[in-house]
Design a protein around this ligand. Structure first.
Ligand SMILES: [Zn+2]
Length: 323
């Protein structure tokens, strides 16, 4: 009997490796990092034996102002266990210093929250001057209502959070092969118009210099949520990869995907061009997290979501709380 019990116990432990030992029976909050640079993304996790109905995140500065906010959703990370996960994108405009991240979970019994200190470290951005010819000056200073309507539409789309849209969890891939960067994420730009007037803007994505016709590939699996010829960004494609996470492709010469379709990582979605406001042929590639433009290289280096990372974050946090 003892031998049978031993084998049964061993079989159970082997079929649920680490889960019985590491998943806590009290609620746990965890952040992927306590510090970050502008442009990076922070993963927040809430795990409780009874999963919450909603999970929200706020990045708060030392004047108690909310500087970024987002939502989370229930993600099944192992067997039948689900954790609430959400991302905060750190805007490129954040000043270094002390912030906090507030995590709030709504349950049947009311809402519970936890606030953690978070440090934003310094990141230097490049300044660049961009002279515009007559046509581009006119385009950028135009007060055509189409421009504002399209900007509003795109923002609404990028703030849309669909909990069921976890299409891609691994690393992103570069959308064009071996093309030099002509502008970087977060560049501080000064546009110089034909009449020598100027205006300032922040570059929210990466520009890859590539000849017209170069294939543009989906950086990850996703759903085509926007295919449009837009006033400023020209032929444009937006892919939804994960709840709140989108990639954007501007100035395409042609588009090879239909709206509402699912594309696989690496699939050709269009060709490089210079449609819209572009001083030459290039691809503008951008990644947004809950509306915040983030550094696309973050998801190339570390991936969107790793189930093992969630498990590690929960078990590390519960050990710390237990000890
Ligand atoms: Zn660009």
């Amino acid at each position: 009997m003892k031998i049978f019990a031993f084998f049964l116990f061993t079989a159970l432990v082997l079929s649920f490796p680490c889960i019985s030992q590491e998943l806590p029976d009290t609620p746990v909050y965890a952040l992927s990092s306590e510090t970050g640079k502008p442009g990076e993304t922070v993963l927040a996790v809430y795990f409780a034996p009874v999963p919450p109905e909603s999970f929200s995140l706020h990045l708060i500065n030392n004047k108690e102002q909310v500087v970024a906010e987002s939502r989370g959703f229930l993600y099944e990370f192992t067997g039948s266990y689900a954790a609430a996960v959400g991302y905060i994108g750190l805007p490129s405009t954040l000043k270094p210093g002390n912030y906090s991240i507030q995590m709030e979970a709504a349950t049947m019994e009311g809402s519970v929250q936890e606030r953690r200190l978070f440090t934003v470290t310094e990141r230097k951005f490049i300044s660049e001057e961009i002279p515009l010819n007559m046509e581009m000056s006119d385009l950028r200073t135009s007060d055509d209502p189409r421009r504002y309507e399209e900007a509003q539409q795109l923002l609404e789309l990028l703030y849309t959070f669909n909990p069921g849209s976890a299409f891609h969890t691994g690393r992103f891939a570069l959308p064009v092969a071996e093309c030099p960067e002509s502008s970087h994420y977060g560049d501080r730009r000064e546009f110089i118009y034909i009449d020598n007037e100027t205006s300032n803007a922040i570059h929210n994505g990466i520009d890859f210099a590539a000849v017209t016709g170069t294939e543009v590939h989906a950086c990850g699996r996703g759903k085509t949520v926007l295919v449009q010829d837009r006033f400023i960004t020209g032929n444009t494609v937006v892919l939804e990869h994960f709840p709140g996470i989108y990639s954007l492709y501007f100035h395409l010469n042609s588009i090879d995907v239909e709206p509402g379709s699912i594309v696989e990582e690496g699939e050709v979605i269009g060709k490089v061009g210079k449609t819209g406001l572009a001083t030459g042929s290039h691809l503008h590639w951008e990644v947004r997290v809950s509306g915040v433009p983030v550094d696309p290289y973050f998801f190339i280096d570390s991936g969107v979501l790793d189930k093992d990372e969630i498990l590690d974050m929960i078990s590390e946090e519960s050990i710390q709380e237990g000890g």
